[in-house]
Design a protein around this ligand. Sequence first.
Ligand SMILES: [Zn+2]
Length: 379
Amino acid sequence: MSAIPFFYTDQMLQYNMGPSHPMKPERLRMVKDLLTDYGLFGRSLSLCAPNPAAEDELKGIHTPDFLAALQTCESGQARLDVRKYGLMTTDNPLFEGIYSASLLYTGASLDAAQAVIDGEPAAVNISGGLHHAHAGRAAGFCVLNDCAAAIHRLQRKYRRIAYVDIDVHHGDGVQELFYSDPSVLTLSIHENGRTLYPGTGSSSEIGAGEGEGASVNINIAANANDEIWLKAWRLAAVPILRDYNPEVIVLQMGADAHAHDPLAHLMLSAQGWLKAVQDTINQGKPLVVLGGGGYNLATVTRMWTLATALVAGTRLENAVPSNSAFLKYDTCLLDAEEYHPNVRDFEYAAARTDAFSSELQQDLKDYYHIGRGSQNRMS
Ligand SMILES: [Zn+2]
């Protein structure tokens, strides 16, 4: 396999919502550095400088008034009340360069999409995956919806696109933007909205009009670990992806379902989560890989390093290289073992997640052959 494009520049660190904000831009540099320490660049990965998105590329996604308001915030100060656009809030504070940094993140996703259109088997932008941004407002640390921009670009070539979102939060912004579009399957596996932001993503949200059946939401109960999460994933996501048979897949690989992530309540290990990345790769489709959530610097760096190597077809030694600055965080890429909640929490999470899976099967029964033979695909 030739080297996979990996879009990164240190300018991405300017998307900085402040020292007390959970989203730390240095996670991007840490992933790039760890991939460098493993010697992947020049061999399995090609380090590419991204271009900022052209404003025209945003017009089909975001409303003109939101874009105009955002542009006025470039200095980090608001000249008008922008809170109705989700800006200058606790989740989405203003910072100097907010507009240009958002264009850069979006541009990197557009570049990744274009690389795949041009024939690359995969392309990676870990600064992307900002799935909560809505047409007319920023939300959940996401200013512009780069996922939607990448999908729009892919639509120049492809007629059937799957957006697969393994972030612990529901991919609400992307789902909303393609809710009536049967040419884009949005599939999100996330902690149930009763216990986690943004509160949406129930299995009954299946799309509207011609897009009915093209929005899929796999709900997971709080405290679920690898075993519970992977069972639900393989019961639904894998067969639905196969049935939908997309020409290309956009993978949003949020890493915040990890047990050590501070913002959610799931208990995944890096290796459990990585199986979903492998299942997605195993579909054998061209792949645009985006980042997303991940608020524990050590775990998000390990998980995105592992996933990027997997996408590039390379196996990494579990032990972090002896010259790596990452050693002050962790000595191995994988978790020492799977995480286990106490028995009562496990049984409750397993039963609730099974119930969510049954509801999903019912909600989508006219559209997909969910569940048949899925036990054989467990590993
Ligand atoms: Zn998230």
